[in-house]
Design a binder for this molecule. Structure first.
Ligand code: TXA
Ligand code: MG
Length: 325
């Protein structure tokens, strides 16, 4: 049975488990992570096994400081320093050249490592107390919706002996921006709340965005291929003007209407992009608990500021992979 615990006692118990190569789930500002000692290849193997994650999909390593980040890369570049100073702790993951201390299963045998310093105080306190970096893929079975609450984690792994450290509901609600700094030009591999524009402003150079990948092209970031983040119930993205066509077998996730047109289930999602993103996975998890035939989710509201454009792009990427209709 998974166990949800909170407070200093939970962090102390988490450190104990990390020290004995066991797994824990921990809160971050984006989504909950499945934590293990990043320097112990057996503990890392257990993460792949529990998630049923393909060994070809590398993990993000979480640190509590720039100093700790420097111990796991051979090349802490000037660009890494600028971005870490501007956005850490926060939802930005830097892909850099891996140091030998990182076991090869963390990076799927590649020579780069993805590093992030999360801003959630519980995550920072946990890594600091442990004193070593921890891997942290999202704490969901591979391919399913990422967890934004401790209960989502427990639902995903009901029968496992997993300590889930409670840090409440995740504020940002979608995964970090991943940027590769090892190529000639920085390249965004996964869009997130920290967008193109904000990063280009800090670096003072052009930023590439990796083209949408399919399973036939070699992957720059293997986790960004094909379906992902999916509810069990078939899910469709619909424009606001099509909501009225829903019959009672459809669970609606919507921001522009307050009633289901056929008296079925309606789950409200906020009409402001930042809050739409923060509630996206929560509403998908909730919709998936009804024995519905389909879920319809209303397209996000349009963006006006450059911050909102970044969020729109990140949300659109998640929705394109969460929907199967
Ligand atoms: O917000 C987040 O990033 C969350 C929280 C828990 O920190 N973590 C997360 O991890 O989303 P995960 O494993 O679900 O997604 C990591 C993504 C995958 O798409 C993976 O392929 C990519 O990062 N990735 C990891 N290491 C990489 C590397 N060395 N090069 C390129 N992509 C990498
Ligand atoms: Mg994930």
């Amino acid at each position: 049975m998974s166990e949800i615990l909170e407070g200093p006692h939970a962090i102390a118990e988490g450190v104990d488990r990390l020290e004995s190569a066991r797994l824990i789930a921990f809160p971050t500002e984006t989504v909950y992570g499945l934590g293990a000692n990043a320097l112990d290849s057996d503990a890392v193997d257990a993460v792949f096994e529990l998630k049923d994650r393909p060994p070809t999909n590398p993990l993000i390593v979480h640190v509590s400081s720039i100093e700790m980040a420097k111990t796991i890369t051979k090349d802490w570049t000037a660009q890494a320093q600028l971005l870490a100073k501007a956005f850490w702790p926060g939802p930005l993951t830097l892909v850099l050249t891996k140091a030998d201390s990182i076991p090869s299963n963390v990076t799927a045998d590649g020579d780069t490592v993805a590093i992030r310093c999360p801003s959630h105080p519980v995550a920072l306190a946990l890594i600091e107390a442990f004193g070593h970096p921890i891997v942290g893929p999202s704490a969901n079975p591979s391919g399913r919706i990422s967890p934004t609450s401790p209960e989502h984690v427990a639902d995903g792994f009901p029968d496992d002996d997993l300590l889930i450290i409670d840090g409440g509901h995740c504020r940002a609600g979608i995964e970090s921006t991943v940027i590769n700094l090892t190529a000639d030009q920085p390249t965004i591999l996964r869009p997130g709340i920290i967008g193109h524009h904000a990063i280009a402003e800090v670096l003072g150079c052009e930023i590439n965005t990796a083209p949408a990948q399919d399973s036939t092209s070699p992957a720059a970031s293997p986790g960004c291929i094909g379906p992902h983040y999916q509810p069990r119930t078939p899910t469709k993205l619909v424009d606001s003007n099509a909501l009225a066509k829903a019959d009672s077998s459809v669970v609606l996730i919507a921001w522009s209407v307050s009633e289901h047109p056929a008296a079925g289930q309606l789950i409200a999602i906020p009409d402001q992009l930042e809050h739409y993103a923060a509630n996206l996975y929560r509403t998908l998890h909730e919709a998936d608990t009804f024995a519905a035939v389909t879920i319809w989710i209303e397209s996000p509201p349009t963006a006006s500021t450059s911050e909102e454009h970044a969020i729109y792009e990140a949300v659109a990427e998640r929705l394109s992979r969460a929907t199967h209709l």
